[in-house]
Design a protein around this ligand. Structure first.
Ligand SMILES: C[S@@+](CC[C@H](N)C(=O)[O-])C[C@H]1O[C@@H](n2cnc3c(N)ncnc32)[C@H](O)[C@@H]1O
Length: 429
């Protein structure tokens, strides 16, 4: 594809992404490329890269465009200009020629010309614009991070590394590194997870034998550490209450060396169904799935029978913005208001499964205190039969835990993981 054709395709993709505000951009992009198989992998990367640059800078680009309509064409042109392109380069690319975007009209040209010679950040931008967060969320993030806010949000705007979890049911880290090296990928051990490997940048590892044979699975190191905090061991009975497509279920089963039992529960049948292929590829045999329904009798019948229950609760996802830059502007205050009682209710349901002396692990990929520490405090008030196990005691590895305090709290700036929270609660009575 010519550079101009890539720009035209980026405008097309951005148009589809912006037209589907409720769908994650990466899902929209997957569909977009699936229906355009003629676009090769290099072009695909360049097109996605341009769109992701726009999404990561969406509020600042909107600020620069001012009253002009933030059309996909203008957003892409603005992102190029604020990266240093000249108007002449824009005119060459927006040429109206075959496969190129149509030429900018007079009004578009006037808006674009104002941006020439500027850079994306401007000191007059309001903080929330500069930091690319919704206005309502800024005070919450300020109170969470204080002086570290800018660094934390900058790290959240960087593209994520590609983290892999080695499936110990199929081999060890050295074998996985060697297998990846044979495919041309340089994977380094992650700093905290004993099963983690990291590749810088986006790489198509899912096409290669290491992934297809189940030796590796894609999983952020933060997510691996949440699974680690469950402390699952061979022979235990474990529930993964909000299992989704089984990301953490797979890690739990591997920790248990396929021995004992994991029940992967979720209210979403399609998500649970998504776990089937992954479990098969990983050669996991000790997992059963359970679809949670309203008034579920399953819960009552199994009360007090599990050693470990993981609640990986639905949350604002504020910790995953590196991967989903579009999500930061989709998130509404009303979403958070709906999530908080839901998280409390899920905890109240799931706790009943934990046996005396067993552990309930509450986790989110949120950075917000309300969804994390405040949920745990509220739970402990409602359930005095549980006690918080401080991080140093809950952390199962000989090397020190990432961070201090009572809970695990990971952030991209501090740990180079997605943002994750996990608290371990033991049933003491
Ligand atoms: C953060 S996601 C889980 C991600 C998954 N654990 C992983 O590691 O890939 C939260 C999940 O909670 C599920 N969920 C929502 N409400 C629930 C409920 N009341 N009981 C159980 N699961 C629920 C959602 O369907 C979603 O799959």
């Amino acid at each position: 594809m010519t550079p101009a054709a890539r720009i035209a395709a980026a405008i097309d993709l951005l148009t589809v992404v912006e037209g589907a505000p409720k769908r994650p951009a990466d899902a929209v992009a997957n569909d977009f490329f699936r229906s355009r198989r003629y676009i090769g992998s290099g072009d695909r990367r360049a097109i996605s890269d341009r769109v992701w640059r726009v999404l990561r800078a969406r509020r600042r680009l909107g600020w620069w465009l001012g009253d002009a309509p933030a059309t996909p064409r203008l957003l892409v042109a603005a992102s190029l200009l604020l990266e240093g392109w000249a108007m002449s380069g824009i005119a060459q690319s927006f040429s109206g020629g075959q496969f190129a975007p149509p030429a900018l009209d007079r009004a578009e040209r006037a808006v674009a010309a104002r941006l020439e010679g500027h850079t994306l950040d401007h000191p007059a931008m309001p903080d929330a614009v500069m930091l690319e967060v919704p206005d309502w969320l800024l005070p919450r993030l300020q109170s969470r991070f204080g002086a570290a806010l800018t660094a934390e949000l900058a790290a959240l705007s960087e593209p994520a590394t590609l983290d892999l979890r080695v499936n110990l049911l199929k081999g060890d880290c050295d074998q996985a590194r060697a297998a990846l090296a044979a495919e041309g990928w340089d994977a380094k051990p992650t700093p905290f997870s004993p099963w983690g490997l990291r590749i810088e940048g986006r790489r198509p590892v899912t096409d290669g034998p290491a992934f297809r044979s189940g030796l590796i699975e894609i999983q952020d190191e933060g997510s691996q550490l949440v699974a680690l905090m469950v402390g699952a061991a061979p022979g235990m009975r474990v529930v993964d209450w909000c299992a989704g497509a089984g990301g953490k279920t797979l890690a739990l089963a591997a920790m248990m060396q396929n021995r004992g039992q994991v029940v992967a529960c979720d209210v979403s049948a399609p998500r649970l169904e998504g776990a089937v292929r992954r479990l098969r590829r990983a050669e996991v045999h000790n997992v059963e799935r359970h679809l949670v329904t309203a008034g579920d009798k399953w819960l009552k019948r199994r009360a007090g029978t599990f050693d470990r229950v993981l609640v990986d609760a639905p949350c604002s996802g504020t910790g995953t913005w590196r991967r989903n830059p579009d999500a930061r502007l989709r998130l509404k205050e009303t979403d958070l208001c709906e999530l908080l009682p839901k998280q409390a209710m899920i905890l109240d349901d799931a706790q009943s499964l934990v046996r005396k002396g067993g552990r309930l692990v509450y986790a989110t990929c949120s950075l917000l205190e309300e969804e994390n520490e405040a949920q745990v405090s509220g739970f402990l008030l409602r359930h005095p039969e549980f006690a918080l196990v401080p991080l140093a005691r809950a952390w199962p590895l000989p090397q020190p835990a990432p961070g201090s305090g009572d809970v695990l709290f990971l952030t991209p700036a501090r740990h180079r993981t997605d943002g994750f929270f996990a608290a371990v609660l033991e049933r003491v009575a």
